[in-house]
Ligand binder design. Sequence first.
Ligand code: CTP
Length: 403
Amino acid sequence: MRPFEGRRILLGITGGIASYKSVMVARLLAQAGAEVDVVMTRAAQEFVGAITFEAVTGRRVYSEIFGSGNALDHIKIAREASLFVVAPATADFLARAAHGLADDLLSAALLANTSPVLLVPAMNDRMWSNAQTRQNVSHLEQLGYDVVEPEEGPLAVGEGEGPGRMPEPEAIVARIARSLERKGKLASLRILVTAGATREAIDPVRFISNHSTGKMGIAIALAAWRRGAAVTLIAGHVDVPIPGMLSTTRVGDVAQMRDAVAQNLPSTDVLIMAAAPADFRPSSPASQKMKKGKSSESGAIQLTQTDDILKSTIANRKPGSVVVGFALETENLLANSSSKLDGKQLDMIIANSAVEKGAGFGGDTNRVTILSRGGGREDIALMSKTELADVILDRIEALIDGR
Ligand code: CTP
């Protein structure tokens, strides 16, 4: 699984209670195809056994700096790593790392390391807020280490809540993925992604909408975030959770989505309109709930077309920016998509069928054809929406490159 396949990750475990979560981190990384070299401090082994990490990574676990045959382990494992991660990183480890100590295998390997470093602190909230720790963290950041902000939440039993909690394994793995990829071509570009369905009010309790679940748009936003982009997600109604690392604006109807796009567009480098805005809205939504059996209600709802978000905002796009649309069709897929590409002044359109098995709304897979301005056409095989998100971003990178 991208970007882990074949990558060697050094995962340092220090002696904090959160180290039980690191077992899951190691397991997820190994399942995604990474080779995980676990290095445990002596204190870490008080919390979790080395054998547990060996079982989930299928590789030897390193812990001793002394001992025959281990003399150059700290150099070897550091040299082979694409990324050096320490999770959890205790206050003590941060202090030792900040001062360049090298009195155990993990700290010695950190000094010998030249790959990017990701530190995931976890500790009691008062230890995290302590001036000494703050100073160590800011020094480590100055050294170029990436320090993940601990989460607020329940700490060890009886210690209440506060900042200091290690993020959940999935979130740490996402950060690791971002650290592996963020030097790519999308790094630091501003990317705006829309996702999900809008809801157009009929009355205060009813609406017109569609079957969009937001899966495709959220997958694209997440993949762009992983590639180091500054991502803003504008989400209508979605049926899947939105990952916390995405900066998200929630909207209800087309008018709100249009306003949010209009506000962001002038500073956006790449707009990806994966949302399914409703095409029609009730002309005059009732201010009170419509009651059945009332003589004033004919049962007919007068509809008006909504604004086309792309058409009504595109004039304010940033010069040189890339605009990508989606086309969902039930017939004449390519001809209809091609006229949307021209009519909406897009650089690229992702054509997908609402009726083909495995494609379109709802499922976890999609099969699309990518049409580009100037006549380019590429048929993409059926694949998961997560994989497709990366294919789409690869094509956007190629387009930016070719300019
Ligand atoms: N779109 C938009 N504003 C709308 C409707 C759609 O900006 N009110 C965007 C979609 O996000 C998508 C593209 O336009 O990127 C094409 O959407 P689609 O629903 O396939 O086409 P429509 O423009 O709605 O045209 P039609 O109803 O004729 O298929």
